[in-house]
Write a protein that binds this ligand. Structure first.
Ligand SMILES: Cc1cc2nc3c(=O)[nH]c(=O)nc-3n(C[C@H](O)[C@H](O)[C@H](O)COP(=O)(O)OP(=O)(O)OC[C@H]3O[C@@H](n4cnc5c(N)ncnc54)[C@H](O)[C@@H]3O)c2cc1C
Length: 193
């Protein structure tokens, strides 16, 4: 993933096919006008634009899949529950893909909800009870909102060319790379552990 001033550019490896042994999905965030321009490029120009961002250590890029374009926006539900209903995953929260946290956060919702359901099932109580649903929301929503704020902050931090911010950002990354304990903690958090 490259954190570019216009937005993150990420290459996500896909399983190989016989025809394309080194396939990847590209996630490319840009300001609307620029995104529309890149989206409309012909295959050769599109491949060049990708190569400029990928660097040349992965060889030549050949676009093979369909291009999709859509606006990115953070979204969150004010309430994760209603009578006998619980929201989990992206139905409850949509995060900026900058830190690749959306699926992790959704798994955490499911882990919390299934633990509550298991305990309730064992005691023979009402699985859709309002108290259980309220506990579920209390357990996951504050954490999810914090992750959402962190992703939003990262996006603003890396999507900014202000020299002071850039200095602070580089300093922070430099410090983290020199402190293995801090780095490990950060990596664990990013892995959702
Ligand atoms: C560009 C991008 C990159 C990302 N990268 C990462 C990453 O690196 N790491 C990470 O952890 N997360 C990442 N995410 C986030 C991750 O993809 C989502 O958080 C995750 O897929 C959400 O899973 P979900 O099951 O909650 O929702 P979805 O995957 O959206 O699944 C919902 C399903 O419900 C179906 N559906 C919708 N409406 C109906 C209906 N009325 N009836 C029946 N079915 C319906 C949809 O077709 C869909 O299949 C990324 C997201 C984006 C957009």
């Amino acid at each position: 993933e490259h954190f570019l001033p216009q937005g993150p550019f990420a290459r996500l490896p896909l399983p190989p096919t016989a025809e394309h042994p080194y396939r990847s999905a590209i996630v490319w965030a840009e300001a609307t006008r620029r995104a529309e321009r890149f989206y409309a490029l012909d295959e050769a120009a599109f491949a060049n634009a990708i190569m400029q961002r990928l660097g040349d250590d992965v060889g030549r890029a050949v676009p093979v899949g369909r291009r999709w374009i859509y606006p990115l926006s953070a979204q969150y539900a004010q309430r994760y529950t209603a009578p006998r209903l619980a929201l989990a995953g992206d139905s409850a929260h949509g995060l900026h893909p900058i830190a690749g946290q959306g699926l992790n956060v959704g798994f955490k919702d499911i882990i919390a909800l299934s633990a509550l359901l298991e305990t309730r099932f064992a005691s023979g109580g009402d699985l859709g009870g309002a108290d259980l649903l309220a506990r579920y929301q209390r357990q996951v929503r504050p954490h999810n909102m914090a992750i959402m704020a962190a992703c939003d902050g990262l996006e603003r931090l890396f999507g900014n060319d202000n020299p002071l911010l850039r200095f602070g950002r580089d300093l922070g990354l430099g410090v983290m790379s020199r402190l293995p304990g801090l780095r490990r903690t950060f990596v664990k958090k990013a892995m959702g552990l």
